[in-house]
Design a binder for this molecule. Structure first.
Ligand SMILES: [Mn+2]
Length: 457
């Protein structure tokens, strides 16, 4: 946990930003997996963690800006609880550690909300919290999203988007645990093994780091499928494996790293060619990071390198800027270059992707690839984000575009046939925008062809 001052200052900054009203921050409940007492791994809400720090189920908190009161609502543990889960600090003791000096039972919360002239709440993403809000505020569940406080959303985004030095320490820790996960995967990957054997070792490293995973592991020879959580394939010589996995550290900050590994000890020449283009895209993207530059521009800059690289290989032909404008690159990289990261792996996405990554006057594109760009706006010092370009050969998408005669002037479809079983390459790092440029977080993780092959011994 951070210091009392940290949490107090965060709440004070929120109060200054909003000016008036009552802020309601709902913590998360336990979430049943198949019956009430068999629950998923508990994860506290990130806004609750940010302002109130306590990772326990069943808590809510208010900040009454007009009266200055801050209250955490929750039950004290009973003797029955203690028999099953062991001795616990009292709620009042926990609240004091985050600078809150008043606690109440949850039953007191609804009446408090009824008395408030304005209740600011964030869009709920869990059904139990939707039901609570609906009942307390007398708003139909379907209307909760539109009644969420835009002022609160914007105030939280402004605060959480700028990471403090003590947060960066935590994020570097998360990346360094993630680094172990990736090095382990590079060392253990071998033809004949099942993907789940490596996924298990990756997960073990996350647990050894004192936390857990920050999102479900993607470890697959079918890297062309972007979010592939199936781990049942046998790895075979000559294939590539994409490993997109990250740790959430003990303070709940996320790492999100991707590396691409040859199942054989060395990359083939063909794999090296594509890998080298993706690496060039990633390094150019990182080198371009600095305050005030639009992240959408960096996305397009890396797309341009993709187009040039594939043109040099004979897979594309024609004018690069024309291809870029028309969106030919979507065939090979149908996702965005990156996203904000922090307490959430896609940071603050519960508040709405567009509030985090866009601004008024900067609309989201509908083009394949760009439409999935979660972060497009101008960067600021203190932002932490991912840079994660990729090149994929998705047979179904290639077939569809070919059948539609799409971009036949640019795409050499007959040459693409030789890549139908290629899979994909993605390389991802987590970067802090600094006043003068950027810093890649954590100790370096093997990334060049030579560095990756050296671990494949
Ligand atoms: Mn990512």
């Amino acid at each position: 946990m951070f210091s009392v001052q940290t949490y107090t200052e965060r709440r004070n900054a929120l109060k200054r930003s909003l000016g008036s009203g009552l802020v309601l921050i709902l913590g998360n409940e336990e979430s049943p997996m198949n019956y009430h007492d068999n629950t998923y791994r508990y994860r506290q809400d990130s806004n609750f963690l940010y302002f109130f720090g306590i990772s326990h189920a069943g808590l809510s908190a208010i900040i009454d800006i007009d009266s200055g009161e801050e209250i955490i609502f929750g039950h004290e543990f009973t003797m029955d609880d203690i028999i099953w889960i062991g001795p616990q600090p009292t709620l009042a003791e926990q609240a004091r550690k985050v600078g809150v000096y008043r606690t109440e039972t949850p039953e007191k919360l609804p009446e408090r909300l009824k008395k408030a002239s304005k209740v600011h709440f964030t869009p709920p993403y869990r059904y139990d919290n939707m039901f609570k809000l609906s009942e307390w505020l007398n708003i139909p569940v379907a209307g909760l999203k539109e009644n969420a406080s835009v002022e609160l959303i914007k105030a939280i985004v402004a605060l959480r988007s700028i990471k403090t030095d003590e947060e960066i320490v935590q994020m570097e820790n998360a990346v360094n645990i993630t680094r172990e996960m990736h090095i382990t995967a590079m060392q253990l990957t071998k033809a004949g093994k099942k993907e789940y054997e490596i996924a298990a070792a990756i997960h073990a490293k996350a647990l050894e780091g004192g936390g857990d995973l920050s999102y479900p592991i993607i470890f697959s020879i079918n890297g062309q499928t972007l979010h592939n959580h199936y781990h049942g394939n046998t790895m075979t010589e000559g294939r590539l494996v994409i490993n997109d996995s990250g740790a959430e550290n003990a303070m709940f900050y996320a790492g999100d790293i991707t590396r691409t590994i040859p199942v054989s000890k060395k990359f083939t020449e063909k794999q090296k060619e594509i890998y080298t283009i993706v690496l060039k895209m990633e390094l150019a993207g990182i080198a371009a990071l600095k305050p005030d530059i639009q992240y959408k521009k960096i996305h397009l800059l890396t797309n341009k390198i993709l187009l040039e690289g594939l043109r040099d290989l004979g897979l594309l032909q024609g004018n690069i800027d024309e291809m870029l404008a028309e969106g030919v690159q979507g065939l090979f990289m149908p996702h965005g270059l990156g996203h904000a990261i922090g307490l959430d792996v896609h940071d603050m996405e519960d508040l709405g992707e567009n509030y985090v990554g866009y601004r008024e006057g900067l609309e989201r594109s509908t083009q394949l690839g760009l439409k999935s760009l979660r972060l497009a706006k101008e960067l600021e010092a203190g932002n932490v984000l991912t840079v994660e370009p990729g090149i994929y050969f998705i047979p179904e998408l290639i077939d569809k575009w070919k059948a539609e005669n799409k971009f036949t002037n640019f795409v050499n479809y007959s040459k693409l046939d030789a890549y139908r079983d290629f899979g994909g390459v993605r390389i991802e790092d987590n970067c802090l925008v600094t006043p003068t440029g950027c810093k890649v977080l954590g100790n370096p993780i093997p990334k060049t062809v030579e560095e990756v092959e050296a671990l494949r011994g």
